[in-house]
Design a protein around this ligand. Structure first.
Ligand code: FMN
Length: 288
């Protein structure tokens, strides 16, 4: 909540009547104001980048409208190929709409589940490993649509016709700045949410899910539903995992010391899976 703004509004509407605020109200506003200033002002760019986490379970608490506006405003300023700005935002708060999207997602999520279950358990994408040792399919399924409980979901829609803004050569060589621009826009949404003390989940959509959701959201045929971004107050604290910079860095030319052969790739993925399991990156329930 943009408390200073709210206070300003109250003063403007009824000049000189701020004293009519009850003691309790004043206390609550001051508390919220301090809390938010700490969140917003005390975290600089580098902290926001480092501390942003994907959040997959949200508190049942609405987010202030002013925060939503800030997030959308930040998204609007994302960089894009040839400044094409190929984005549109559908803000979803309506419970029925969220439930319909969740139902579409669950239905098609079965495709991903069936495929993931063909992999050895330790290689499965963490979202498809049961949160406890039961390996129960129902426990996995129950996490499919936790995002739909978020107070706000921003559906990111793209207009591929705006690719016309790119050079003809880029189009000839099929350099698709379209997806890249939308990804940057989505990331900006996530950074802005984090800067405001909120959490967000990026929900990728397989083409059949995106198509079915487009219908639910009445998105015109010409446009693309890029992803969903669920936003709310985090209900848990995931432990992050990142590779060491030294394993990623090269000076002047590619240093083969950091080249991974297929065996290394396999080892890395297993390691990464373990880190996710212990860090609870995909934890969504209180018990997992
Ligand atoms: C292109 C892309 C697609 C993603 N798709 C999903 C998704 O479908 N579901 C999900 O829960 N997280 C998704 N994520 C979030 C990643 O899983 C997450 O960023 C990663 O595990 C690192 O965790 P962190 O964001 O907490 O640092 C996606 C992120 C990106 C950039």
């Amino acid at each position: 909540m943009e408390v200073s703004y709210l206070l300003g509004l109250r003063q403007e509407k009824s000049p000189g009547r701020v004293s009519h605020l009850t003691c309790l109200e004043e206390k609550a506003l001051r508390y919220a104001s301090n809390k938010e200033e700490v969140k917003v002002k005390d975290r600089g760019f580098f902290e926001v980048v480092k501390e942003r986490r994907s959040i997959r379970k949200f508190k049942d608490e609405p987010i202030p409208e002013s925060y939503l506006e800030k997030i959308l405003e930040a998204a609007r300023w994302a960089m894009s190929g040839a400044n094409s700005q190929p984005w549109q935002f559908i803000v979803i708060k309506n419970r029925e709409v969220k439930d319909r999207l969740a139902s579409v997602y669950s239905r098609y999520r079965e495709i991903t589940l069936a495929l993931e279950l063909t992999r050895l358990e330790e290689y499965r994408q963490p979202a498809f490993r049961a949160p406890d040792s039961t390996q129960s399919i129902e426990a996995i399924r129950s996490r499919f649509t936790a995002w739909s409980k978020a107070p706000v979901i921003i559906a990111l829609v793209g207009d591929p016709r705006l690719l016309q803004a790119s050079t003809l050569a880029a189009r000839l060589y099929e350099i698709h700045t379209f997806d890249q621009s939308l990804a940057i826009c989505a990331y900006t949404i996530h950074l802005a949410a984090s800067a405001l003390g909120l959490g967000a989940q990026w929900i990728s959509l397989l083409p059949p899910i995106a198509e079915a959701m487009k219908e639910e959201l009445a998105v015109p045929r010409e446009l693309v539903l890029f992803n969903l971004n669920a936003i709310g107050y985090p209900d848990y604290e995931p432990v992050p995992y990142r590779r060491e910079l030294s394993s990623l860095l090269h000076y002047d030319r590619y240093d083969m010391a950091n080249f991974m052969n297929m065996e290394d790739v396999q080892k890395y993925i297993l390691h990464q899976r373990k880190m996710h399991a212990s860090g609870g990156a995909y934890r969504v329930g209180s018990k997992d």
